[in-house]
Design a protein around this ligand. Structure first.
Ligand SMILES: NC(=O)c1ccc[n+]([C@@H]2O[C@H](COP(=O)([O-])OP(=O)(O)OC[C@H]3O[C@@H](n4cnc5c(N)ncnc54)[C@H](OP(=O)(O)O)[C@@H]3O)[C@@H](O)[C@H]2O)c1
Length: 325
C-alpha cells in the first residue's frame, strides 16, 4: 500500500510502498478514504511532542481518518466489514496518511449518517480534544467559556460542543472567519488583530487556550476566581504527567516545567490543566448526537501531503485541510 513516511526529523514525508498492516485480535483493518491534517502533524515532524509521545523512524504519519472496515480481529464484536468508521489514531500507533490502517477497536466509532467521508475526516482529533477539555472543566449550563483562536479547526468542533453543553461561548480569531463561527453559535467574537480580549472580558468561568504560554497571563486575568483554564499549547505540568501515567522522570520534568503556570493559577484559586488529545471511540460516538458542521478548506491528494502540511503550518485556515487517500 502507499503511505506517507517520515524518515528523519524535519524532513519532507516520502510516499512509499509498504506492506498492508496485519491486525491483532482487538484491531480492525480500515481502508482509509480521507485523513485530516493538523498542526500536530508538523509538531511531530519537528519532534516537538517527543517528550509526551516519542516515535521511532521510519514513521507512517497521520493522526485521524475516515474510512471503511475491511477486516476485523477475532475479539471485535461491535464492528463489521463495510462499516463507515472514523478515529483519532492512538498515540502509540499513528499512521493515517496511508491506504490502510490497523487500529484498536476502542479507538474507532461509526460515522454518523449525516457526515460524508470527507467531512468525517475533519472531526475526530478536534472533537475529542473538545470533549476531553470539557471533561476536565466539568461545566454547567449557562456558564461562560472563552476559546482563544476559535476560528481554526479546533474551534469548528469545540464551539458546537460547548453550545450543546449550554455554555455562553466567546471566541477570538481572524475577522474573515467571524461569520462562520458566529453561525456555529458564538455569542461574542473578538478580532485578535484589532481588539484586546483582556480589556473586554472578565469573570469568565472557563478558558480553552489554543495559543500557548505567552497568552496565559492575560487568559488567567479574564478568568473568574476558582475558574478552570485548559491549555492545548502551553506547558504540560505535574498533574498532566500523573493523568497520562508518564514515567517518574517525566513527572519531575513536567512538574518543574508547568510549575510556574500552576503558581499563576493558584493566585486566584484557579486551576491549570494541559491536554494532549487521546483516541477514544466511545467519546467520539457521542458526537453523533450533535449536529457538527465541518468546514473543509482544501483537499490534497496523498502525493501532495507535504503541500498539505505546509498549508496547515502557514496558518490562515478557512477550515480543515484534508488528504484524499
Ligand atoms: N494539545 C492537543 O491535544 C491539541 C489538539 C488540537 C489542537 N491543538 C492546538 O491548538 C491550536 C489550534 O489548532 P487548530 O487545529 O484550530 O489550528 P488552526 O486551524 O490553524 O487555527 C488556528 C486559528 O487561530 C487563529 N489565531 C492565530 N493567532 C491568533 C491570536 N493571537 N488570537 C486569536 N486567534 C488567533 C488563526 O487565525 P489566522 O487565520 O489569523 O491564522 C486560526 O483561525 C494549535 O496550536 C494546535 O496544535 C492541540
Amino acid at each position: 500500500m502507499k503511505a506517507a513516511i517520515l524518515d528523519k526529523k524535519n524532513q519532507d514525508l516520502e510516499i512509499k510502498d509498504v506492506p498492508v498492516p496485519e491486525i491483532g485480535e482487538n484491531e480492525v483493518l480500515v481502508k482509509v478514504k480521507y485523513a485530516g491534517v493538523n498542526p500536530l502533524d508538523n509538531m511531530i515532524v519537528r519532534e516537538e511532542v517527543k517528550l509526551i509521545t516519542p516515535y521511532k523512524y521510519p514513521l507512517v504519519m497521520g493522526n485521524e481518518f475516515s474510512g471503511v472496515v475491511e477486516k476485523t480481529g477475532s475479539n471485535v464484536a461491535d464492528f463489521n466489514e463495510g462499516d463507515r468508521v472514523y478515529a483519532r489514531m492512538p498515540l502509540d500507533k499513528i499512521g493515517a496518511f496511508a491506504e490502510y490502517v490497523a487500529i484498536d477497536k476502542d479507538a474507532i466509532a461509526i460515522i454518523p449518517d449525516y457526515l460524508d467521508f470527507d467531512e468525517a475526516a475533519c472531526v475526530p482529533l478536534t472533537a475529542l480534544t473538545a470533549i476531553q477539555a470539557f471533561e476536565l472543566m466539568d461545566p454547567s449550563e449557562g456558564e461562560s467559556i472563552f476559546i482563544s483562536g476559535g476560528t481554526g479547526s479546533l474551534g469548528a468542533m469545540a464551539i458546537p460542543i460547548a453550545k450543546n453543553l449550554g455554555l455562553h461561548v466567546i471566541t477570538s480569531g481572524s475577522e474573515r472567519n467571524r461569520e462562520r463561527v458566529m453561525d456555529l453559535g458564538v455569542s461574542e467574537f473578538i478580532d485578535y488583530k484589532t481588539q484586546d480580549y483582556s480589556e473586554m472580558l472578565s469573570d469568565v468561568d472557563y478558558v480553552l487556550d489554543t495559543l500557548g504560554e505567552n497568552e496565559l497571563e492575560k487568559e488567567f486575568r479574564i478568568l473568574k476566581s476558582g475558574g478552570v483554564l485548559v491549555s492545548l499549547k502551553a506547558l504540560p505540568n505535574g498533574e498532566f504527567a500523573d493523568r497520562m501515567g508518564l514515567s517518574a522522570v517525566k513527572k519531575i520534568l513536567f512538574k518543574v516545567a508547568g510549575g510556574k503556570l500552576d503558581k499563576m493559577a493558584s493566585k486566584k484559586n484557579q486551576k491549570y490543566y494541559f491536554l494532549f488529545v487521546e483516541s477514544n471511540g466511545r467519546q467520539l460516538d457521542s458526537i453523533s448526537k450533535i449536529n457538527i458542521v465541518p468546514s473543509i478548506d482544501e483537499v490534497f491528494e496523498l502525493d501532495d501531503v507535504n503541500k498539505a502540511l505546509q498549508k496547515v503550518d502557514a496558518g490562515g485556515s478557512k477550515g480543515k485541510t484534508i488528504i484524499r487517500i
